[in-house]
Each structure stands twice: as C-alpha cells, then as structure tokens.
Design a protein around this ligand. Structure first.
Ligand SMILES: Nc1ncnc2c1ncn2[C@@H]1O[C@H](COP(=O)(O)OP(=O)(O)OP(=O)(O)O)[C@@H](O)[C@H]1O
Ligand SMILES: [Mg+2]
Length: 953
C-alpha cells in the first residue's frame, strides 16, 4: 500500500475538542485544569495539537513532556522544557524585568544557563522559593495573554514535577491559565504514583477530566482515507479496524505494514510486558490467545484440562497487568494486537497442536462457543492447525452456515479459504463433491452482496476461464451477466459487449435467457444507450418468465419494465406500476424483490416531487435491508435516495449530515459520486463556492467511467455549468453548456436532462448581451419539445421545468410548491420577479420577490438572498421588517448569514455543542464559525461577541 503515513485531517474528536475549548474559555474567570486520559496511541498528543491550533485568540502555549524515568531520570523534565520555551520566546532581559534579578536566579536550580543558583539557603526554603518563582512567572505571563501549560505523558512524571504541577493547580487562582495534563490510562496500575494525585485533583472544582476514546469504524475509515489518499477498500478497512480496534496509532502501523505481518515495534511492546509474568501465566496466555480475542472460561478449561481454580490462579497476574479482562463468563484480551503478539510467539508445533485441540473440543461440545458460531470457529481452528482436509471441509460447511445467517462477508472469506486450499486438499474435494467453478460462483455472489466488487470481478473472471462456452453456454451466459455487473460498478469498460455476448449464448428460451435479458434491458435503459432495445428485451424476458413459471424473476422483469416506462417519460405510469409490484412483493413475501422495487420507487418519488413519501418508505426499507443482510447494496442505495429527498425538500443540514455519514463507508464510485453531487448542489445553493468546487472535483474523480448512466452523466455535466454561474462567469457557463448539449453521444432524451436544460438557459441569460445565444436557445427549445412528446400528460415536475423554460415562473412556482422543492420555488419566484420588473409590473415584483426572499433566507441560500435584496434595492421594493436583519448583519460586520445565525446563538449563551446540534453541523464546524466571528468582529471572547450582537440589533 502506498501511504502518506498519517492522516492530515484530524478525525472525529469534536466532543473532546469542545471540552478543551470550553476549559480554555473558562479561564476567563480563573485558572482551570484538564486531565486528559487515553490509551497509548489513541491520539492524546494529536488532539492537543489540534486544540492549541484552534484556540480562538492568542495564547501562550508552553509544552513539556515527561520522559520515561528509567531512561532519563530527569527531575522536572516537563517544567524545564516549559521554562526554556519562555526564555527563548521572551529572552532573559525580559524575564528579568518580569521577575526581578533574585527570582531569576531561583530558576537556575533547573536551568543552569541562567547562572549560579543561590546556595546559601537551606534546601527546604529554596524548594519553596523555587515553586513560588515558577508560580509568579506564570501569573505575570498570564497578565499579558492567557497561558496554556501542557504537560504530556504524566504517567512518566517524576515526583518533583508532580509536586510542582499539583502546587500550580492549587495556587493559580484567578489567572487565566489552563493546565492540561495528559497520561496513558492503560499504564496506571493500581499502585502507580500518579493515581493518588489524580484522585485528589479530580475533587477540585476547577479540574475536569476528558477521556479520549478509540475511534469508531467510520472514523477509522476516514483516517485510512487520509493516510491512503483515497477511500480504503472495504476489505482493508475491515482488516485494519478489527486489528487496530480503533487505536489511530495502530491504524497507521497497519496501513503501513499491509495485510499479513504485525508491525515490529508493536509486538515488541507487548512481548516485553508478557515476559515480566510467571512462566505458568505466560503459557496459559498463549493457550488463551489461540482461542481468539475472547475465550470462554469453560472452553479454556476443557482445552487445558485444568481445574477452575488452577485456571484462575494462572491467569490472575495477566489480568492485574492489564493484558486480559475477566468477566463472569470468560476472558478478553484488552486489545486485539496484544492477543496477536502473544499468538505469534507460539512455536509452530505448539501452534498447530493447540488449534487442533480447540477444533476437536468445540466439535465435541458445540455449547462451548456462542450459539451459531461453532461451524465458523471449527473452520478457523482447522485452518490454523494446518490440517488441510479438515480445514477445507469445515470451511465449506461454515460458508453455508454463514450464508444462511446472512453473514455474507464471512461467507465470502470462507469461500476464499476453500479456493486457497483447493489444490492441496484432494481428499476434501472428493468428499465434498463440488466443482471449482461452483465455489467461485458462490464467492462472487457473496462478494456482490457484501459490496466487495473488485473481488467479485476476479472470481467471475476465473470462473469464466475454466468453462467452455460450447458445452455450457447458459452457465457462461449467466457468469457474463455477473461480469457485466462488476465491470459497471468498478468503473471498467466493456459491460455492453459482455451483455451482448451473454445474450447470444443464452439463445434457448429458458429461465437463464430471461435472466440475461432482464439484466441487459436494465443496463440499456440505465445508460440510456437504447431505450427501445431495452424495451424489446424486457418484453421477451416477461414472456419467457411466464412460460417458465419463475415468480421471483417475474418481479425483477416487471421492475425493469416499469423503469423503462419512466425513461420513456411516463413517470406517473411507471410509479403506479412500481407501487403495485411493491405491494405484491410484500404480500408474496419476497423481501429481496421488495427492496429492489423500493430503491427504484423511492427514486421515482423523488423525481415526481413526492420526496416526503419517499422518506417514509426509505426508513422501512433500510430496516428491512439490515434484516436481510443487504445493507451494503440495497441499504446504501436507499441512503442515497434519502439524501436526494432531503436535499430536494430543502432540508440541507440533515442532508449534509447524511452525506457525511454515507461517505465514510462508501467505496463504490458511482454512489460516492452521487453523494458528492448532492453535496455540491447544497454548497452551490448556499454560495459556498470553495466547498462546491471541492465536491465537484470529487464527483469527476468518482464518475469517470466508460459508460456512465444517465443519472450519473447529467450531474457530471451540469455541475460545472452551475459553478461557473455561481462565480458569475457567464461566458464560461455558456461555453460549457453549448459543448455539453452539442455532444451527440449523450443520453439526454429522458427526464434526467431537465435540470441541464434549465442551467443551459441560465447560462444563455448570463452570457448575453456579449454573446449571441440564439442557436443554443433554439437547441434547448428543441430538446425540451422532444422531452415532452410522450403519450401521457407530463408529470408535475416535468411541467414545472417546462414552465421555467417558457418564462412562466409563477406557474412553475406553484408546482414547485406542491412538490415541496423550496429552492426551485425560490429560484422560480426570483426569476419571475425579475421578469415582472422588466415589464414594470410592480405588483408582480412585490408578490414574488418577498416570498422568494423569505424562502431563500430560511434555506440559507445566500446567493438567492443577495440577488433578491439587490433586486429589491433596484426596484425600491421593501422586503418587510423581519427580512432586513440578515442583510444588515452581514453588510455591517462582514458576517455570512450562517455566521450571523451562529452569533445569535452565541449571544444566547449557547455552547459550541449546543449550537452544533441546533444547526445540524459538527461541533468542530461550530467552533470554526465562532473563531471566524470573533476575528471578523475584532473581539476576543464570546462575551464580547454577544455584547456586539446586542448593540447592533
Ligand atoms: N483523531 C486523529 N485523527 C487522525 N490521526 C490521528 C488521530 N489521533 C491520532 N492520530 C494519529 O495516531 C498517531 C498516534 O497519536 P498520538 O501520538 O496523538 O497518540 P497518543 O495518545 O499521544 O499516544 P502516546 O500515549 O504514545 O503518547 C499519530 O501519528 C497521530 O497523528
Ligand atoms: Mg502522546
């Protein structure tokens, strides 16, 4: 793996940052202390550096590290470092002015560079004077600007440093000083000297404790993305998450090391700790490690054939050393990597012997492991025991168990194991009586469902290489159908040719041909390559299905037929068909088909302006996808439709949160592209040009396959035009629009094209009068006419687009209102008001502009607000009393509307966390807004900002 080592972005940590920032804020009324706890490598140092970087106003940050006593034995190590930093910051002369000559020499006790330390006093008073001098120095520094003292790694603090820190914490009463003490919680054994100190400190009012937890899976995904420069493959993510258990340091080491080896430094770290235990205990730990990260007491007893008491006795030291955690039922290694290091330490023969023993013991009494786990555990142990025959037999059986339990990722792993063992376990092959292609097919199916597309592709390709299409044409055709699917989702070329080959091979009128035709039809209409040919295949598939009596396939065929109906422009009819299919699928208890229908139906509902109804169905659908183990494919499609619904409904904050969440676990390019598309639309709507540009770059990276589907093609062409418009680069927008609409190969004959036509029209308006736009306008009109030449009455959203193109903005606005699309409605009304102004229709301006402005404000659609306010000024129309606030706030102080909103909440005394939850943003974003506000207002605290707000409103 190519890596950049560490993630440049800080992952997560919103709550911890907020706690630190609020402790810093609290020093306005006197010193405060934060005790920062966390395991080794969990990210204490990283958090602290992010914290000192985000402090909203200047602070003097003094940093001192404690060093491991055994190596250095330095008294006052962290304090010395802090004082040296002061000297280098302000210089000795200034230090002398601050403290006076005599006191400076007190510091010479630990800083020889300051000269002779006073010698003639007894050591006790010298000690007291030294403490007092440090205190005075910090107080005087704090009179100039607030001070943050960071003492890192206090589990290694020497006694003198501990004493001095304790003294400072108690004595620094009113000064604006924040002391942060970080320590490794996992190093504090029962008699550790820091323990007593922490216990005392926590009783003080000004002391708070902050714990830095491990990262969640989605956060590990983000960290890996930062390290690798791209979203990790799900297999890598699974591996890294399960082995690191969310410790960022281990995530980095594993990203670096790749799949198979434990990074050296980590295993040394653990081995050292284990070697300090008695031989008995070490041996028992090794046996336990062979059992897995967690092993039940009865299982361990059965494997070792010892008594309860002997077992407990030998493990107790390991529990005390914090390597193992015991509960009433068994033992868990405190960290996966601890278990792994111990396990790796087993000698090869011992290793095989132990695993064999585990396999046999569990096989003899399956109740020794949790229900449903026996098959899989046995398979793991036979594999580790290197008994190939049994490893393979048990893996194949376990794969079946996993499939039945809907554990597709596990099933995939087990199938891979069978493939791996295949050549070396002839006896097993014979006993199982399966063929190799069969295993590959099964592995590919599990890979498809669990979203492991790259691997799916590999399996299908090898399966194809082993079959002869002359003897097994149908089997090959079905594999080709799968190949086309994997080619599509992994962004590889060739799906169309693959499907054509499959269709030719499956020439007999069978269920297999129906399946191939169904997939082919879906492909043809989704890409828009040939809707008519898609219709033909779908009709033939429907007939075959009837003849061969395949009910489940019949529903799939019906779904494709309904989708083609939509693409022919008959959206209402298509939706009705899908609704019926959905009801039947539920009635006939076909949960997979019901889900597939729902994915398409909710997409249709969004296109029809029925997003609220879509949202209602999506929640049920996601729950059902989870129940069926189909979250990775159908569930994620539904999440995407949810984002689109929220975005259309103008619920942008909720949509943004949903986008962030979905992206952290999404490695499929086309879904990433569509999620980023929504992010770009929201950013454009809000006038956040930089965010929009970043999102659009992401869209183009993700959606650049050889055969884009229409729903992917349109955004990748539409967004750059909108971006140019947002930057008021009319001519550029015009050129982009012209180039896009002139592209002959583009599938622009379906309802997906409406927004593109509208953007092209806006680009024409923006380019005039420098540019003669007659021909592009004619082209737009021609395409619009072809889009509405359908037999059915156009659906309301298509009618709304048509009205927009025909300058009938009030009619359009009514339809957008009914379809609950506030952004489109505000856009229509603003355009309507502009037109009314050109026609000197003052009533028309007032009627439309006020509503447009109001909606735009509610949405936070800054560009629309600004345009509305500009038009109001030019036409002398008042926007009403409640609406002038945002303009006043933003023009007088340069705050954006969003910042004005945050400021209002700050003035109400809300914390960043409360602001974040009110505005549906992250705490980190809230804190960034607050610091920007402070900077723009030229104030240094929230209190002053609040005063500013009250004075100006
Ligand atoms: N939230 C985070 N986002 C991204 N990277 C992180 C995060 N937290 C930690 N890391 C990375 O993980 C590694 C370990 O973090 P760090 O050194 O801060 O841990 P620590 O808790 O201070 O460990 P120690 O107890 O050894 O001092 C660092 O390289 C850091 O950059
Ligand atoms: Mg650290």
């Amino acid at each position: 793996m190519a890596t950049h080592g560490i993630s440049p972005e800080l992952i997560g940590r919103d709550a911890e940052l907020a706690a630190l920032l609020s402790a810093a804020e609290a020093t306005r009324s006197g010193s405060s202390t934060v005790l920062l706890a966390g395991e080794a490598g969990v990210g204490k140092t990283r958090l602290l550096s992010a914290f000192t970087d985000t402090l909203p106003k200047p602070h003097r940050v003094l940093l001192g590290h404690c060093v491991e006593l055994s190596s250095q034995g330095l008294a006052y190590a962290p304090i010395t470092a802090m004082l040296r930093q002061v000297i280098s910051d302000i210089g000795v002369p200034k230090l002398t002015t601050l403290l006076g000559e005599n006191s400076v020499s007190e510091l010479a006790h630990i800083l020889p560079e300051l000269g002779e330390s006073p010698r003639n006093s007894n050591s006790e008073t010298a000690h007291a004077r030294f403490f007092q001098t440090v205190l005075t120095l910090i107080e005087r520094l704090a009179q100039q600007e607030p001070v943050v003292l960071v003492c890192e790694d206090a589990h290694w603090a020497d006694a003198s440093s501990r004493d001095l820190l304790g003294f400072l914490i108690r004595s620094l009463r009113t000064s604006p000083v924040l002391i942060v003490i970080s320590y490794r919680s996992d190093e504090l054994h029962r008699t550790h000297p820091l323990r007593a100190m922490l216990a005392e400190l926590t009783r003080l009012d000004q002391v708070t404790s902050v714990n830095v937890p491990r990262l969640a899976r989605a956060e590990v995904a983000e960290q890996l993305q930062g390290i690798l420069g791209q979203f990790p493959d799900l297999t890598v993510l699974d591996m890294v998450f399960s082995r690191s258990e969310g410790i960022p340091l281990f995530v980095e080491a594993l990203a670096e090391a790749g799949e198979d080896c434990l990074p050296r430094s980590l295993s040394d770290h653990v081995t050292l700790r284990v070697e300090q235990l008695g031989e008995d205990t070490q041996q028992m730990l090794r046996v336990a490690a062979a059992g897995g990260i967690r092993v039940g007491h009865p299982l361990l007893r059965a494997v070792t054939e010892t008594s309860d008491i002997a077992l407990e006795e030998s493990l107790r030291p390991a529990i005390r050393a914090n390597l193992l955690i015991a509960d009433s039922r068994g033992y868990t290694f405190r960290h996966a990597l601890i278990r792994e290091a111990i396990h790796d330490d087993l000698l090869p023969a011992e290793y095989a012997r132990l695993h064999k023993r585990y396999a046999e013991v569990i096989d003899a009494d399956q109740r020794l492991v949790p229900p449903g786990r026996a098959a899989i555990e046995i398979a793991q142990h036979w594999y580790a025991a290197d008994d190939r025959t049994w490893a393979m037999i048990s893996a194949w059986e376990a794969a079946e168990v996993a499939e039945r339990a809907l554990a597709y990722s596990e099933a995939l792993q087990l199938c891979e194991r069978v493939l791996e063992l295949w050549d070396n376990a002839p006896e097993a092959v014979e006993r199982l009586n399966i063929d190799h292609v069969n295993v590959l097919e099964r592995a590919a199916a599990a890979a498809r469902i669990s979203g492991r597309h790259e691997r799916g592709l590999k399996f299908i390709k090898s399966a194809l290489s082993e079959l002869d299409e002359a003897t097994e044409p149908e089997r090959v055709a079905l594999l080709l159908k799968e190949l086309a699917y994997f080619q599509g989702v992994t962004g590889r070329p060739g799906s169309l040719e693959t499907l054509r080959r499959a269709e030719k091979l499956a020439s007999e009128p069978t269920a297999a041909r129906a399946k191939v035709l169904e997939a082919f039809a879906t492909y043809l209409f989704l890409t828009g390559i040939d809707v008519a040919e898609g219709r033909r295949h779908s009709t033939e598939a429907a007939r075959l299905v009837k003849e061969t009596g395949q009910t489940e396939l019949a529903t799939d065929v019906a779904i494709s037929a309904a989708m083609i109906t939509n693409l022919e422009g008959r959206l209402t009819a298509g939706r009705e068909a899908l609704k019926q299919i959905y009801e039947h699928a539920i009635r006939d208890d076909q949960p997979r088909v019901a889900l597939r229908t729902l994915v398409n139906l909710t997409d249709m509902l969004n296109s029809l302006g029925e997003s609220r109804e879509a949202l209602r169905l999506i929640d049920d659908g996601i729950a059902s996808a989870r129940r069926q183990g189909r979250y990775s494919d159908f569930g994620r499609m539904l999440e995407l439709n949810r984002v689109e619904a929220l975005s259309a409904l103008g619920r942008w904050d909720e949509a943004s949160t949903a986008i962030d969440e979905a992206l952290t676990n999404e490695s499929t390019n086309y879904r990433r592209g569509l999620l980023l598309t929504q992010r770009a639309h929201i950013a454009l709507g809000r006038g956040e040009i930089d965010n929009a540009r970043r999102a659009i770059d992401g869209v183009h990276r993700a959606l650049s396959g050889p055969d884009l589907k229409m729903q992917e093609y349109v955004p990748s062409a539409l967004l750059p035009i909108l971006l140019s418009l947002g930057q008021e680069q009319g001519l550029q927008a015009y050129e982009q629009a012209q180039a896009t609409l002139a592209e002959p190969a583009l599938p622009l004959h379906t309802y997906h094209a409406w927004p593109l036509l509208l953007a092209a029209k806006a680009a024409c308006a923006a380019a005039e009068p420098q540019q003669d736009t007659t021909s592009l306008r004619a082209k737009i009109a021609e395409m619009a006419a072809s889009l509405q030449s359908q037999p059915d009455e156009p659906d309301p959203m298509s009618r709304a687009y048509l009205h927009m193109l025909d300058d009938e903005y009030e009619k359009a606005a009514e339809l957008w209102k009914a379809g609950e699309r506030p952004f489109m409605r505000a856009t229509a009304l603003l355009a309507g008001a502009r037109l009314a102004a050109e026609r000197s229709d003052r009533d028309g301006v007032i009627r439309q502009l006020r509503v447009a402005h109001h909606i735009a404000q509610q949405l936070g659609a800054v560009p629309l607000v600004i345009q509305a306010e500009g038009l109001a000024r030019r036409t002398g129309v008042s926007l009403g009393p409640e609406t002038s606030h945002m303009a006043a706030g933003s023009s007088s102080s340069g705050l954006t509307p969003r910042e004005a909103e945050v400021l209002r909440l700050v003035a109400q005394g809300r914390t960043n966390k409360e602001i974040a939850s009110e505005l549906f943003i992250s705490t980190k974003t809230a804190s960034v807004h607050v610091s920007n506000i402070l900077a723009k207002l030229g104030v240094t605290s929230r209190g002053e900002a609040a005063a500013h707000f009250r004075a100006s409103s």
